[in-house]
Write a protein that binds this ligand. Structure first.
Ligand SMILES: C[S@@+](CC[C@H](N)C(=O)[O-])C[C@H]1O[C@@H](n2cnc3c(N)ncnc32)[C@H](O)[C@@H]1O
Length: 366
């Protein structure tokens, strides 16, 4: 177990009783593999009669009520012992410093390759097809290249260019020094997604201009921003995208085990924490993300009112700059079979489209 896990949390997740669905299958082991071939996420439903320890992950499992109550208690404790003002300033004033330290310590061996990308975001399969024509993909907060490299490995499009940007110069160095770094299809650059234009310099990444990007990939980057930086990042992304351009989003969801197990002295503000290594993490909620993207305008900025949320359907009627094509929670129960722990994970996944441009094909927006 990670070092920051409390005994209380550990004891609790040993006793977790996940809800099960009514059984829809026979339990004949010959046809009860819960696997599709090739394997696809989302097919392992935990049903009555299943042995929860049979697999190491189950899909779409909502936390049980007892766990939700436990999570609320944990949040109360976290709020009661927040980060000191001194530390909050240290971590918020120079976040790149902490990510630089992270990549100095971990180089490229921390994050796993995101091999599921093209399955989850079909548009990535489209832009990498042989005859897809000129396509510009920007990955923001690209880290050690765990998304960009698999994308390029599977690419057949001679005219694909992937800009992999990160504000950590060490992350960029790791990407540039990798054997997989292929200059024909990839360029790694230092760029702060929350940069603001100044008189001396624009806030866009090197080599990219306004309206030049087809697809923006945001994988576990928005959670690393302070909520007061979201508007600046959205502004840059909006400017960079072509009309009709797409944003692919995946990040931590509210109630994920990583949030529930935070101990004392890590809470910065609601749903926003600092890890032991000085890097920050936010946990997103469905309605918040829908409003954040669907309600944003260059004039008014972020429009998030969780007391009176504007629905996806209402936002779809507006002519706001981004349409929310999809926003969903990917929930899994992860099972540690040897220590008999059952842990609820939750990630948010979204697909947004900048207004204008040709109508998207259904394939790319599924
Ligand atoms: C959790 S890591 C995810 C890395 C990568 N996207 C992946 O999924 O493997 C977050 C990354 O965002 C980068 N990052 C954080 N704030 C950023 C900012 N303001 N601009 C650009 N990159 C940032 C960090 O340096 C780090 O590499």
């Amino acid at each position: 177990m990670p070092a920051n896990n409390s005994k209380e949390y550990h004891d609790f997740i040993q006793k977790v009783q996940p809800p099960v669905m009514p059984s829809t299958r026979s339990h004949d082991p010959d046809n009860n593999q819960k696997r599709t071939d090739p394997f696809q996420f989302g097919s392992r439903f935990l049903e009555e009669g299943d042995n929860v320890y049979e697999f190491n992950a189950w899909d779409h499992v909502e936390p049980d009520d007892e766990f939700k109550a436990f999570a609320e208690q944990q949040y109360e404790k976290q709020r009661a012992s927040r980060v000191s003002d001194f530390d909050r300033n240290r971590f918020n004033n120079d976040p790149a410093k902490w990510w630089n330290l992270f990549y100095k310590n971990n180089t490229d061996n921390f994050f796993k390759d995101r091999k599921w990308l093209q399955q989850e975001f079909p548009i990535l399969a489209e832009v990498t097809k042989k005859d897809a024509g000129p396509q510009v993909v920007l990955e923001v907060g690209a880290g050690a290249g765990n998304t960009a490299f698999p994308l390029i490995r599977n690419n057949e499009n001679d005219q694909l260019k992937v800009h992999a940007c990160d504000f950590s110069k060490y992350a960029v160095q790791v990407m540039r020094e990798s054997d997989q770094y292929n200059e024909k299809h990839m360029v790694a650059d230092v760029w702060d997604a929350a940069a603001e234009p100044t008189e001396e310099a624009d806030s866009l990444p090197p080599g990219l201009t306004e309206g030049s990007v087809d697809v923006v990939i945001l994988i576990f980057i928005f959670s690393a921003l302070n909520p007061n930086q979201w508007d600046k990042a959205l502004r840059n992304i909006y400017r960079l995208l072509k009309p009709g351009g797409t944003v692919l989003f995946r990040d931590y969801g509210r109630g994920d085990l990583a949030q529930v197990r935070f101990k004392k002295g890590r809470y910065m503000e609601e749903n926003f924490y600092v890890r032991g290594d000085g890097t920050r993490v936010y946990f997103f909620d469905h309605d918040e993300l829908v409003q954040m993207w669907g309600g944003w305008t260059p004039e008014k900025g972020m429009q998030i009112d969780l007391e009176n949320p504007v629905s996806e359907a209402q936002l779809a009627e507006t002519d706001n700059p981004f349409k929310v094509l999809h926003m969903g929670a990917d929930r899994r129960l992860i099972v540690n079979r040897s220590s008999k722990l059952k842990m609820y994970r939750c990630w948010m996944q979204g697909l947004f489209r900048k207004h204008g441009g040709p109508e998207p094909t259904t394939e790319s927006t599924e």
